[in-house]
Design a binder for this molecule. Structure first.
Ligand code: GUN
Length: 314
């Protein structure tokens, strides 16, 4: 008799060493990617993802490569279009039009930022809402705002943040309904859709931003804090209400200590939340790196699968 040993998936919640549970986005993204790959094998069609990169921004090159790799690992048809930084806006719009019409493509992502001479809004609005796997098109933003998540494609970072939050709430034995949630940051990509998702989960939602008065006391009242401002450790740990759930969307590179192997000053990544002191008060918190970061690509794969299922009428 052969014995099959199945390794249990890694736990999403683990001790942070500072008091709170650390919410492991790598473990959670692994679960999502495994589910997507399993669904693809049953779908009977190959979801197609086209990623468009204009120019040579090094960070964008890294992201686009990771997106392509993840797509392949999920069994997708994966296409990358790399265009020079001098590409005319009309040429980019025409490429998007071709991808909209291509039946092998179910998801289109135009990597941001675009070069300054291109009107990003015009390009993003050209993407067919059914293939808008970033969820940035006004039709998808509108569907989310009216609470119709069943028809929307939801932006990846907030969607991934919600999964982590739901897992943390489950571990803490609390329901999200009725909790006070504060989102710090009002961007169209993270802050606003995150607030809509929290509202959809029946939280009482506040969106704080650069003009908010007395941010410390606004954050201090929150059962849930989502920090998405892009400012290193701007949310101080001692603002956090004891027992709060903290989702840190920020990824900021700051000077580290000493020199690296090449004699260059070391750098390190930190979030928008001061981690150690926040982890001493929170019930659960996402670390940086390894928290929200890995979820964005996983949710992009999930959105591409969803888009393919809807387009195929499944
Ligand atoms: N640039 C940085 N993050 C993103 C993202 O989520 N989507 C796109 N299209 N561009 C990005």
């Amino acid at each position: 008799m052969t014995e099959t040993t199945k390794t249990a998936p890694p736990e999403v919640l683990r001790p942070s060493g500072f008091g709170a549970l650390a919410i492991d986005g790598k473990a959670m993204s692994g679960r999502v990617l495994a589910e997507v790959a399993a669904d693809v094998s049953r779908l009977g069609l190959k979801p197609g993802l086209a990623v468009v990169l204009v120019g040579e921004d090094p960070a964008s090159q890294v992201y686009v490569k990771s997106k392509g790799k993840a797509a392949e690992s999920c069994g997708f048809h994966s296409v990358q279009h790399t265009l020079p930084a001098t590409t005319a806006e009309d040429d980019l719009v025409s490429l998007v039009g071709k991808l909209n019409a291509d039946p092998a493509i179910h998801g289109i992502l135009v990597q941001l930022p675009l070069p300054g001479h291109i009107n990003a809004t015009r390009v993003l609005e050209m993407i067919s809402p059914a293939k808008d796997v970033d969820g940035f098109h006004p039709v998808n933003a509108g569907l989310l705002a009216i609470g119709d998540q069943a028809r929307a494609l939801v932006p990846c970072t907030p969607a991934g943040s919600m999964l982590l939050l739901a897992e943390a709430a489950r571990a803490a034995g609390v329901s999200l309904a009725g909790l006070d949630a504060v989102v710090v940051g009002r961007s169209n990509i993270v802050g606003k859709p995150m607030a809509q998702l929290l509202l959809g989960a029946s939280c009482t939602v506040t969106i704080a931003h650069s003009r908010t008065r007395d941010l410390a006391s606004v954050v201090g009242r929150a059962d849930i804090v989502v920090a998405a401002v892009g400012k290193a450790e701007m949310v101080r740990g001692d603002w956090i209400k004891p027992g709060a759930l903290v989702i840190d969307v920020g990824i900021n590179r700051v000077p580290g200590e000493g020199l690296d192997g090449k004699g260059q000053p070391k750098t390190r990544l930190v979030g928008d939340v001061e981690y150690r002191t926040a982890a001493a008060r929170a019930a659960a918190i996402t670390p940086v790196p390894g928290g929200v970061g890995p979820m964005t690509i996983a949710m992009l794969m999930k959105n591409t699968l969803t888009a393919a299922q809807r387009i195929a009428g499944k």
